[in-house]
Design a protein around this ligand. Structure first.
Ligand SMILES: C[C@@](CO)(OP(=O)(O)O)[C@H](O)COP(=O)(O)OP(=O)(O)OC[C@H]1O[C@@H](n2ccc(N)nc2=O)[C@H](O)[C@@H]1O
Ligand SMILES: Nc1ncnc2c1ncn2[C@@H]1O[C@H](COP(=O)(O)OP(=O)(O)O)[C@@H](O)[C@H]1O
Length: 294
């Protein structure tokens, strides 16, 4: 990975709760959720050029480059903005894949935000979020980069800052298909809507959790292990589960007590994602240097 290029964060998220309110006629589910941004995740580097080519220099095993959400996001942006610019992209992957913590969606969002910056396209955040929605339901929340309450099919977002907490996230080695969970006849689909301002972790739940735990004992086991230490829940459609702690050292102690084979990490919940913080810094220094050269 080139050492001199800026590393753009692609953080993970947690669904602090996930209520399913109903199903639309197109099969998509009306839901409510609280997307908690984390300060932990993958990172990407970009070298923009005028080649018109998009090349991902670090492939992910099992994901052909043309299917990688990074390449798909870059090509979608290129096409939308009708630009002949290109880029070489490097990915530093640390997040487990397909675990309900949004790694792929976050990679796509970071690509849209970073290339909009390097190619100087000046697209708005709303335009990038709308483009991102074509790639996956969770891309817009990462483009906005704020801890947010979601409504609709997950696309209507309202920033809802949360107090600082530390999360121990554990990902059991199970593959769970989002489409399969949402397609299951036993999935509860009649939770009553709540007002964002009335959200409390203890009064909410994840409607997918019971079904996933029944079908995947490793998820149930991981959740049970975390519940020994703190309030815990599954995120998204799984397989990851998380426990909530007021302090980092408490989360660290819990992780140390789990079996050594546990795939887990500790993250701080943040209200503004590290991606958006970096973008603000870079934009501010570009404005300053532009004003000096005028
Ligand atoms: C429900 C969430 C919560 O974060 O689950 P996770 O993927 O994070 O576990 C996400 O919004 C998922 O986002 P994502 O995984 O991008 O979903 P998509 O690719 O858009 O949809 C996958 C499949 O899930 C179902 N689906 C998804 C979202 C939704 N509101 N209703 C649905 O019924 C559809 O069957 C769709 O074909
Ligand atoms: N850049 C990427 N990072 C991770 N997964 C990707 C990427 N591009 C495509 N994928 C595919 O998307 C799937 C879901 O990935 P991910 O977003 O990590 O899951 P989840 O939304 O459940 O957290 C992966 O299993 C993989 O096949």
């Amino acid at each position: 990975m080139p050492s001199k290029l800026t590393r753009w964060p692609a953080p993970a998220k947690l669904n602090l709760f996930l209520h399913i309110l109903g199903r639309r006629s197109d099969g998509y589910h009306q839901l409510q959720s609280l997307f908690q941004m984390l300060d932990y995740g993958d990172s990407l580097q970009f070298s923009a050029d005028n080649s018109g080519q998009i090349s991902l220099e670090t492939s992910i095993a099992g994901v052909p480059n043309e299917d990688n959400l990074i390449v798909r996001a870059a090509k979608l942006l290129q096409q939308y903005a009708q630009t002949s610019q290109g880029a070489r992209i490097w990915l530093h992957k640390t997040l487990p894949m397909g675990g309900g913590i949004g790694g792929g969606s976050s990679n796509a969002a970071t690509t849209l935000v970073a290339l909009n910056y390097y190619w100087q396209l000046n697209l708005t955040t709303d335009q990038l979020a709308e483009l991102g929605l074509q790639l996956g339901a969770d891309v817009p929340v990462f483009v906005h980069g704020q801890t947010a309450f979601a409504d609709g099919v997950g696309e209507q977002l309202k920033a809802l800052p949360q107090p600082e907490r530390y999360y121990l996230v554990v990902t059991p080695d199970v593959h769970i298909s989002t489409a399969e969970v949402f397609g299951h006849p036993q999935l509860p689909r009649n939770t009553q809507p709540i007002a964002p301002e009335h959200y409390h972790f203890e009064d909410t739940h994840n409607d997918c959790q019971e079904l996933v735990c029944q079908r995947h004992p490793l998820v149930a086991k991981a959740l049970q292990a975390l519940l020994e230490y703190a309030p815990s829940r599954m995120t998204g459609t799984g397989a990851s589960v998380f426990a909530v702690f007021p302090r980092r050292d408490q989360a660290e102690q819990a992780l140390q007590s789990l079996p050594a084979s546990t795939r887990g990490f500790i993250a701080k919940g943040v209200n503004c994602s590290p991606l958006i913080r970096l973008l603000q810094q870079l934009t501010d220094s570009r404005v300053q240097s532009d004003s000096r050269t005028q």
